[in-house]
Ligand binder design. Structure first.
Ligand code: GDP
Length: 181
């Protein structure tokens, strides 16, 4: 693989989470530093590369966006099977996407070989203030923190729109993955 060609260490990271929580947008922000207001749904699996310096070491991440897993569940499973780490996203302004995190964790634990690190990501935090004003039920930060703790997962809140915490989330996960080897 490309990690071998560039003599960097390479890790496979798979993005998980319900449709429309912002997985494609998260990747677009991370890899191209862009945001698109009305991104269309990804079909199947989309693939991106990103090199980050983790504790002084250039580290190549292969990031797999498993969009459309409702229809492509078996494909998605084959990616989780080979994952070194998972970014599991929910939308802080969509309670149901948070309630579904449990199903995702069960699937990941069921399919992946080892105890791989999971970063639980509450995305769209830029929308929370407005959503609360509009009486939309939002997921409080403390709920995300608590859930992450019960799964022994890492946690952070991000916005793919304004970019806050996106790189930090991935760096934190990368540190955990590099520790495992
Ligand atoms: P995916 O199905 O999980 O890949 O979700 P998308 O990346 O396609 O995002 C779904 C919708 O939410 C799109 O209209 C995005 O522009 C929007 N979106 C994604 N992330 C954010 C975010 O952090 N903040 C805001 N305000 N919108 C977002």
């Amino acid at each position: 693989d490309l990690g071998y060609m560039t003599s960097e260490k390479a890790y496979r990271v798979v993005l998980a989470g319900d449709a429309a929580v912002g997985k494609s947008s998260f990747l677009l922000r991370l890899c191209k530093n862009e945001f698109r207001g009305n991104s269309s749904a990804t079909l199947g699996v989309d693939f991106q590369m990103k090199t980050l310096v983790v504790d002084g070491e250039p580290t190549l991440l292969q990031l797999w966006d498993t969009a459309g897993q409702e229809r492509f569940r078996s494909i998605a499973k084959s990616y989780f099977r080979r994952a070194d780490g998972v970014l599991l996203l929910y939308d802080v302004t969509c309670e149901q996407s948070f309630l579904n995190v449990r199903e995702w964790v069960d699937m990941i634990e069921d399919v992946s070989q080892d105890d791989i690190p999971i970063m639980l990501v509450g995305n769209k935090c830029d929308l929370r203030e407005q959503a609360l004003q509009d009486s939309v039920t939002c997921v409080p930060t403390s709920f995300g923190e608590k859930l992450a703790m019960t799964y022994n997962a890492l946690f952070c809140e991000t916005s793919a729109k304004d970019g806050s915490n996106v790189i930090e989330a991935v760096l934190h996960l990368a540190r955990e993955m590099t520790k495992q080897v």
